[in-house]
Ligand binder design. Sequence first.
Ligand code: SAM
Length: 240
Amino acid sequence: MKPEEFYQALAAKGIELSDTQKKQFEIYFHELVETNKVMNLTTIIEEDQVYLKHFYDSLVLDFVDEKLLTEELTLCDVGSGAGFPSIPLKIVNPKLKITIVDSLNKRIKFLDGLVNKLGLDDVTLVHGRAEEVGKNKLYREQFDIVTARAVAALNILTELCLPLSKVDGTFIAMKSEKAPEELEHATYSIQVLGGKVSDQKSFELPNNEGIRNFIFIDKVKNTPGKYPRKPGTPAKKPLV
Ligand code: SAM
């Protein structure tokens, strides 16, 4: 997907990018590829692949949940890596207030430089493990939306993400074809952590690049204080 095709594909979904926003994606691509020469950020570096598999793929969230496009929501992106999905979402809707949590400080430093170059406001970068950040009252149960793409299996991810969602907020897990299987194994953890599956949506990426599945988990009650457990425990002993 060349940049022009990216703009057209978004326009077909009702998202008309301004020249400033197009330039921001250009800068993002440039920074990602240049920094990747000295720091491992992504294996996807071809322009048409970055536009499709990182930028467009992140923005599919806007197609499945339109309030992300227009509303002034607080959003926490857990394990954002080089900024996906939250930085593309923020470029498209500058009103979003985003917080990015990642345990690798070099990625947080990359994002710090990127956010400055893109001139984005209301972006908070947190270096830390979600297990610890989810215990910190500055972040615990503070967000309207929590997202995670390519971070962990759903039964682990729920323990990293649901503690950050406010009651009445939503954790949206971005998953591949294996979503139904992952959901089956996460039923218990979702319930224990105060969540309830409210919706599931699928979206087919262009150029036969596969299916994206979105699992919407509403936070219906507070997460018990003992969760998240200490760093590493959710992955070693997922709640089942
Ligand atoms: N979401 C990005 C994407 O889709 O391209 C990055 C995915 S990358 C495979 C996973 C990221 O999650 C890494 O940057 C890693 O440092 C971070 N991560 C993994 N476990 C984490 C945890 N417990 N807390 C915070 N970040 C974590």
